[in-house]
Design a protein around this ligand. Sequence first.
Ligand SMILES: NC(=O)C1=CN([C@@H]2O[C@H](COP(=O)(O)OP(=O)(O)OC[C@H]3O[C@@H](n4cnc5c(N)ncnc54)[C@H](O)[C@@H]3O)[C@@H](O)[C@H]2O)C=CC1
Ligand SMILES: O=C(O)C1=N[C@H](C(=O)O)C[C@H](O)C1
Length: 265
Amino acid sequence: MEQIKIVIAGPRGRMGSEAVKLVEQTTNFTLAAVVDHKYEGKSLKDLDGFDVDVPIYTDIDKCFFETNPHVLIDLTTPEIGKIHTKKALLNGVRPVVGTTGFSEEDLKELQELTVEKGIGAIIAPNFAIGAILMMKFSQMAAKYFQDVEIIEQHHDQKLDAPSGTGLKTAEMISAVRETKQQGHPNEKEILAGARGAEYNGIRLHSVRLPGLIAHQEVLFGGDGQTLKIRHDSYNRASFMSGVKLAVESVMKVDLLVYGLENIIE
Ligand SMILES: NC(=O)C1=CN([C@@H]2O[C@H](COP(=O)(O)OP(=O)(O)OC[C@H]3O[C@@H](n4cnc5c(N)ncnc54)[C@H](O)[C@@H]3O)[C@@H](O)[C@H]2O)C=CC1
Ligand SMILES: O=C(O)C1=N[C@H](C(=O)O)C[C@H](O)C1
């Protein structure tokens, strides 16, 4: 089986540390190096909680040049993730991006870069299979229920709101639903933000609390009935089978895939 050489950016993070374990446990994956914003020149095994002897780079271009990986897994921050994804494509490295907070313009720019470079990239707002099904089921339900609100709940260390999953869900629903302004036409927010964010008339509400991991409910309303579609991630291991699938899949595509629902059958 051919080895896939991988660089992970953000190895000390909640997701990145889980991804290091995944890569180490997967027979056809090899961890070539990691990218952090500190500890240049050290080995990952010098840091608490790791026993993997791979170099740490702070300069991602240097990392790509010296280690020549096939794939970058980025699990950093919205701002850094965009820079890393672009640099990966420019260096001929296939990005698998879990980092959220990318705008439509960012996605368009990256999609154009994959075309220009002729290599694939996967940007997945959520790697958990249950979350992907939640989004797909919500898209199905939206054909029958026009009125929908999305309530996403995350831990209070999350930087972006709404979540990538919440936004992707709204995009997927919008693709099949005629734009509708929900609620009373004369409704007025007494406190700004009370009705949440809006995407093509769909309301998105973001809850941030300690104790939470990643949860979302898509709530549909119709005549005398409601339908709730809910997904909960109780740990970060829930995302790892999707990361594995994305790494294997990115080796076979030559364009930008936005969302794992485009990969799974
Ligand atoms: N697609 C998915 O299924 C999931 C996506 N996420 C997303 O993944 C990202 C990371 O989430 P968490 O692990 O919870 O965050 P975290 O805050 O625990 O980890 C982020 C890591 O990035 C590192 N970092 C910051 N600047 C860097 C730089 N210049 N170079 C390299 N590393 C740098 C930080 O040191 C930190 O260790 C977020 O955008 C989050 O929304 C999180 C969970 C699931
Ligand atoms: O920051 C997180 O934790 C998560 N981020 C992703 C998102 O923004 O949707 C995926 C998951 O919800 C966890």
